[in-house]
Design a protein around this ligand. Structure first.
Ligand SMILES: C[S@@+](CC[C@H](N)C(=O)[O-])C[C@H]1O[C@@H](n2cnc3c(N)ncnc32)[C@H](O)[C@@H]1O
Length: 208
């Protein structure tokens, strides 16, 4: 790198930050979709109604570790942190480094841990942060467009990482993920939220 290029770096960095501030979370999410449409799988973040409905089954008093897959720009992170106990932890895992960098910069909560990685590695990630199990796992992953084999690997790892009585909370635009979920979770509660773009199917899979 030349000295001129090095001198320009902080300016470019500041310009990027400024552009992010102007775009807001929805703009950053849309940018992520344009860059990785298959991995992101949605053009706008989840609605407030979806967030409340998905989280309504969580027993917050019994939740020490909450894990989220595919947090994007943090649509669920802030509501989860509002409800999470003071000694709880929220670990979020996303394959997109831009989303993880954005979340790390904008969420200043000591209970929050953002990891750039795959949900398939949840067990290692949870152990690396000093936990044996997760109480709840939330997923906004686009199961129907994930590469071959990744969906089943994530379902199996999630079933193993949950404590008995814990749950896997999944929101999707089709019921296809529920079929896959049924191979790992015997007890699944079903829901639907019409006020979302597009309307979404919700499943709560309970670890026996
Ligand atoms: C539909 S978006 C999530 C939307 C967001 N949670 C919301 O409520 O608006 C899907 C996210 O999953 C992430 N993702 C895709 N495959 C993944 C994987 N294997 N592990 C972790 N994150 C993944 C994408 O980068 C993207 O942020």
């Amino acid at each position: 790198m030349t000295s001129t290029q090095a001198a320009r770096r902080p300016i470019l960095h500041r310009a990027k930050r400024k552009a992010e501030q102007m775009l807001g979370p929805a703009g950053i999410f849309f940018k992520g979709f344009v860059k990785h449409p298959v991995m992101v799988g949605a053009i706008v973040p989840s609605s407030r109604r979806t967030i409340e409905r998905v989280l309504s089954r969580v027993d917050w008093d019994q939740c020490r570790l909450f894990v989220e897959y595919g947090p994007g720009v943090g649509t669920f992170c802030r509501p989860v942190l509002e409800k999470l106990r003071r000694d709880g932890r929220l670990i979020v895992i996303d394959t997109n480094p831009d989303f993880i960098a954005y979340l790390s910069r904008t969420i200043g909560d000591s209970r929050f841990i953002a990891v750039n990685g795959s949900a398939a590695d949840v067990e290692e990630i949870v152990r690396a942060h000093g936990f044996d199990h997760a109480d709840y796992v939330l997923s906004g992953l686009p199961f129907s467009t994930l590469p071959e084999g990744v969906g089943p690997a994530i379902m199996a790892a999630t079933h193993r990482v949950l404590r008995p009585g814990g749950a896997f909370l999944v929101y999707q635009y089709t019921a296809r993920a529920r079929t896959l979920m049924g191979k790992y979770f015997r007890h699944i509660d079903k829901g639907f939220e019409p006020v979302n773009v597009p309307p979404c199917v919700i499943s709560w899979g309970w670890k026996e």
